[in-house]
Unconditional design. Sequence first.
Length: 62
Amino acid sequence: MSDFDNDSVATIEITLNHVDRALERLRVGTYRTCQVCGSPLELADLVAMPLSANCSSHPELA
Ligand SMILES: [Zn+2]
């Protein structure tokens, strides 16, 4: 795996952290809820961006 540079590894780790948080939200039942305002997320948005935690009014900040 010599072509694994540090930037790539960092990007992978961030993505995996988002997956972890999405799975946790699924477990506790807040997966379809905006983390900022609590309004329900559109299913179509989640299909397009399964790791999204916020509604369209509150764009995700990593
Ligand atoms: Zn929101």
